[in-house]
Design a protein. Structure first.
Lengths: 242, 171
């Protein structure tokens, strides 16, 4: 089982430290209730956090191993003498090199090398974006259960394909996801299902007013103020009419 | 602060030695070697004072010297790894009742688990949980973004949990 909610997982530590906003914390808790993978990761992190909080601070007052200043200076003197020539030469060399021009030259050289690497490997680097779309196109959509939007309340199958008109396309900037309503009618009130695309870059985005067939996972959002059926995540969109 | 000013350097030493000592002990472990490393760190601080350009805070600068020196020492020495089992016995579930001086051994177990982490992960654990630094402060000390710090911390805590899982009854 895979979970694409990378941005949500980045908030685990903030949640453990109590620094998330209440609405963010609720969203995270809801996802943890649904997602076994994230739940396991969160519990590991929480256990590690509790262990790290127990790390003993070294008792410096009783710690006789830390040398006093005079003893350290005496030892440092011996150390410096023993390594004197080597350290001086090395330091002088470094100090002479650390001029602004030399540093700028090194930075320019590094940037040039980096550009060369990127250009040489652009297919490998930018070809990865196609693989996400390739993954979804590799899915067998013939196994998805076709049903109409009004039939969603009685649906028990997880993977469905449903058709409708695209309305209210919105981007959730915080999550990086895209939402739209798929309505049975092009205008006016009527049955609808909320569709969520987790990785908008991975598929062609639907235009408002177009008629599409959406393939994805059927869910129900029971939160107060929502209480609607969802296709979340959307795995593929086929445009039927622009 | 002029290089070679003994009094001023003594102030720096007194102000930072305990915090740097904690970092060194968690990295090196052995107290004799830790003393050597501590002295090397402050030797570099002493010599580096004239080239300190105030582009970062003094604390950040000293910490970077300390972290680099600890890593250099570990790479050169490759200190033998003493597994936790050598302290507590079998890797099966440990019975806390069977262990005398449980509190002290518990501390050793926790410290040892942190010491066995890769240095990038160990650094973030020590800086966060012992020094209490924020993500921003850690990113300045480590020279990376707060996001990278968070990512390393997540991996470190996951690995810590995995290493200490057999000892959870004991801890």
């Amino acid at each position: 089982m895979r979970c694409w909610r990378f941005k949500l997982r980045k908030k685990f530590m903030a949640y453990l430290e109590g620094s998330l906003r209440p609405d963010e914390a609720k969203r995270l808790e809801k996802h943890l209730a649904d997602c076994e993978l994230c739940r396991a990761m969160f519990m590991r992190l929480r256990a590690g956090h509790k262990l790290a909080q127990q790390l003993p601070h070294l008792s410096t007052e009783a710690d006789q191993r830390i040398p006093e200043f005079e003893a350290m200076m005496a030892d440092m003197g011996e150390m410096a003498t023993a390594r004197h020539g080597w350290i001086r030469t090395w330091e002088n060399w470094l100090y002479a090199l650390a001029t602004p021009r030399v540093v700028q030259g090194l930075i320019a050289l590094v940037l040039a090398l980096l550009a060369l690497v990127v250009v040489s490997n652009r297919r490998v680097l930018f070809g990865e974006r196609k693989s996400i779309a390739a993954q979804s196109s590799a899915l067998d959509f013939s196994g998805f259960h076709p049903l109409s939007i009004p039939d969603l309340p009685t649906n028990t199958r997880p993977h469905i394909a449903t058709e409708g008109y695209v309305r209210d396309v919105r981007v959730d900037k915080e999550e990086g996801t895209l939402h739209f309503r798929l309505a049975e009618m092009p205008q006016g009130a009527g049955p609808f299902v909320v569709c969520e695309i987790l990785i908008p870059i991975s598929m062609a985005l639907p235009r408002e007013g177009s008629r599409v067939r959406v393939y994805g996972v059927a869910r129900y959002d029971a939160q107060p103020g929502r209480e609607w059926h969802e296709v979340n995540p959307v795995l593929n969109i086929a445009v039927l009419k622009q | 602060m002029p290089c070679g000013d003994s009094e001023a350097f003594q102030e720096i030493y007194e102000a930072f030695r305990e915090r740097i000592w904690a970092l060194v002990v968690y990295s090196i472990g052995d107290s004799l070697q830790a003393q050597d490393v501590l002295q090397t760190i402050f030797l570099k601080v002493f010599r580096g004072l004239r080239s300190f350009r105030r582009q970062s805070s003094f604390f950040t600068w000293i910490y970077r010297i300390a972290l680099n020196e600890c890593r250099n020492h570990q790479r050169q020495r490759r200190a033998p790894h003493v597994p936790l089992e050598a302290i507590l016995g079998s890797r099966d579930e440990i019975d806390p009742k069977a262990i005398p001086n449980g509190h002290e051994v518990r501390e050793v177990v926790l410290q040892d688990a942190v010491k066995q982490l890769a240095f990038k992960m160990r650094d973030v654990v020590v800086l966060k949980y012992l020094e209490g630094l924020s993500y921003e402060e850690m990113s300045r000390v480590l020279g990376c973004s707060p996001g990278t710090v968070a990512s390393r911390l997540n991996r470190a805590l996951g690995e810590l949990e995995e290493r200490l899982r057999p000892f959870r009854r004991f801890l």
